[in-house]
Design a protein around this ligand. Sequence first.
Ligand code: FES
Length: 154
Amino acid sequence: MFSADLVTELEEIRGRFPYPKAAMVPVLRRVQEEKGWLDGETQAWVAEFLSVESIEVHEVVSFYPMLYGQPVGKHVVHVCRTLSCDVCGGKELWKHLEKKLGVGRNGTTADGRFTLRAAECLASCGTAPVMLIDNERHENVGPADADKLLEATS
Ligand code: FES
């Protein structure tokens, strides 16, 4: 399923932990980088690789918002929907992005470019509202800032 180089890299990641199951999140993140999202076949492969049950992998994938159990667009936009952001412009930012992208929560634009997802606190409440584009955090984001950020995302 994966190249020999990637399997070697995953074995190295697994080896950093005292037991294989403890490596689940970093292994899933690395595999997700490779495949874009974590389909059932991939989750089953990871389960075997880490000597755990498939349901354990599925539980982790469905718990963490940064792991994708469904297909996503080329870029994933997360908007913080926790209280500090929500009361400091996050609601408006969310509504703006829904309208601009023409999608709702977990929706992907028709061109496959962006998926819009809600996030819990992104650990930067003092600079609310906060959003991520892929893994890059952006703070004090108003609607106009979001437009510029999306335009700059290739
Ligand atoms: S509430 Fe949004 S970063 Fe903490």
